[in-house]
Design a binder for this molecule. Structure first.
Ligand code: ATP
Length: 446
């Protein structure tokens, strides 16, 4: 009898190389090659981006296949061997793990996965949730990877908001060498497919963003709103090096999934993510280096908010906030500043702006020239015609505010994988590649 088998994988990479997406792609293609039928694209699930022990983007993977009960043991073995073979360990903190779950994914696992986007979870809880959900979990070295491998299975990307990413992997001979992609072809692709794909280029600097820079096997990735979109966009690129394989992932990237939890200032703990609404409590300070710090007050207390210079237009907007403005800030707590948690702002929504009032000397009533003060409590004198008025005083002038009641997001170069792009199209194609026919032959791209 056929059952659906979900396989969650995490933490097979390190700063020395490897990538968990690569492990998942190898395993997916291995099982496909042996004639097993996938029930969905592999999932690339980004979890809480504020976790300090992540290698890069806190990604965990899940793949889903229909398997005959009698072959499940074989598939377990193939999966474990693939994880073992593709793990690039480092001395500290590579904790490859794999989780298996048969049949329907229970609600408790979905809830666990949602919490893994916002909070810091323990291995102990992961083991307890696995037991309750009937999942089998294996840690191949350290145990931390169990959290991500289980959360990947529970992500529910087939029913929650999602996007797609096509990733091309390098051949092993090229690992560590500069990536050779024709940047003009990326720009051309972006001009053609920019409304159906996202984060190809930085909108402020024009920098090409499709490639990472490390020792990992990813040559490039293109993110978009349907499998067809990312595949069509990928075919436009001119690659100047051989590729080993190509895979399309269903993913929660570009969905703001980590920012959905509303928090209170007093409750925020290090490494959590979420959003809170409050009033700006002081005039934002611009630190050396251009980072902006301001305090926000909600009905529970105060929190420091930091908006870093690389966030470009977001940091510029934060500089213009005034005490009394009501804003909703989205982001993650990375550390404590002087005992109070600091929220690293990833997105700023201006809900209400106070008036900006400045004291100014009035114009002269007879000639229209600008008046000046004659000294404290001694009235004003016109600078042009000299007319005096002992009873006149400064007037209040309303200044124009530079920020607007809108949502500010950083430019693509400073976004997290999960950050929602600012220009999401309304009509997203429902014309999907059929996953069961989904064989991307590398010969078609080399
Ligand atoms: P890459 O994106 O290159 O695959 P990474 O940035 O995903 O690497 P990992 O090497 O997977 O980093 O390390 C992240 C570790 O954090 C994993 O062991 C994972 O199980 C764990 N983890 C993920 N989310 C949470 C969470 N919410 N609480 C605690 N631990 C978590």
């Amino acid at each position: 009898m056929l059952t659906e088998l979900h396989i969650g994988i995490d933490d097979t990479d390190s700063e020395k190389g490897g990538c968990t997406t690569y492990t998942a792609a190898v395993l997916f293609q291995e099982l496909l090659g042996r004639g097993f039928k996938p029930s969905d694209f592999p999932w690339l699930v980004r979890l809480n981006p504020n976790i300090p022990w992540k290698t890069r983007g806190n990604g965990a993977l899940a793949i889903h296949f229909f398997i005959d009960e009698e072959q499940i043991e074989d598939v377990h073995r193939i999966a474990m061997e693939t994880v073992d073979k593709t793990t690039v360990a480092s001395a500290h903190g590579t904790d490859p793990a794999i989780a298996f779950l048969k049949g329907q994914v229970p609600r408790a696992l979905h809830e666990y996965s949602t919490r893994a986007l916002h909070d810091v979870l323990s291995v102990r809880e992961a083991r307890a949730v696995a037991r309750r959900a009937g999942a089998e979990v294996h840690a191949l070295m350290g145990v931390r990877g169990l959290i991500g491998s289980l959360a990947a299975i529970g992500a529910g990307l087939d029913f929650v908001e999602h996007t797609f990413e096509i990733i091309a992997y390098r051949i092993s001979e090229n690992l560590g060498n500069p990536r050779r992609i024709d940047h003009d072809s990326v720009k051309l692709m972006n001009s053609k497919y920019g409304n159906r794909t996202f984060n190809n280029l930085d909108s402020e600097s024009g920098r090409v963003l499709v490639s990472p820079h490390g020792l990992d096997p990813v040559l490039l990735g293109i993110r978009g709103y349907s499998p067809n979109d990312v595949l069509d966009a990928f075919k436009e690129l001119q690659l100047n090096e051989e590729i080993e394989r190509v895979m399309i992932f269903r993913t929660n990237q570009g969905t703001d999934a980590h920012l959905g939890k509303t928090r209170k200032a007093v409750d925020l703990k290090p490494h959590q993510s979420g959003a809170l609404t409050g009033r700006v409590d002081d005039v934002p300070r611009v630190l050396r280096g251009g980072h902006v710090i301001f305090r926000l007050r909600d009905d529970s207390g105060l929190i420091d908010c930091a908006v870093y210079r690389p966030t470009g237009s977001l940091a510029m907007a934060a500089r213009d906030l005034l005490p009394g403005d009501t804003v909703r800030v989205y982001g993650g707590v990375r550390r404590l500043r002087e005992g109070t948690p600091t929220l690293n702002v990833e997105k700023l929504e201006v809900l209400h702006m106070v008036e900006k009032i400045q004291q100014a000397n009035p114009m002269c009533s007879s000639c229209g020239g600008r008046c000046e003060s004659m000294g404290r409590g001694q009235g004003l004198r016109c600078k042009k015609c000299g007319q005096r008025n002992e009873y006149a005083s400064k007037i209040q002038v309303r200044q124009e505010r530079h920020i607007q009641s809108t949502i500010y997001v950083p430019p693509p170069r400073a976004r997290r994988h999960l950050t929602m792009p600012d220009s999401k199209p309304r009509n997203i194609s429902n014309e999907y590649l059929r996953v069961e026919n989904f064989q991307l032959r590398v010969e078609d791209f080399n």
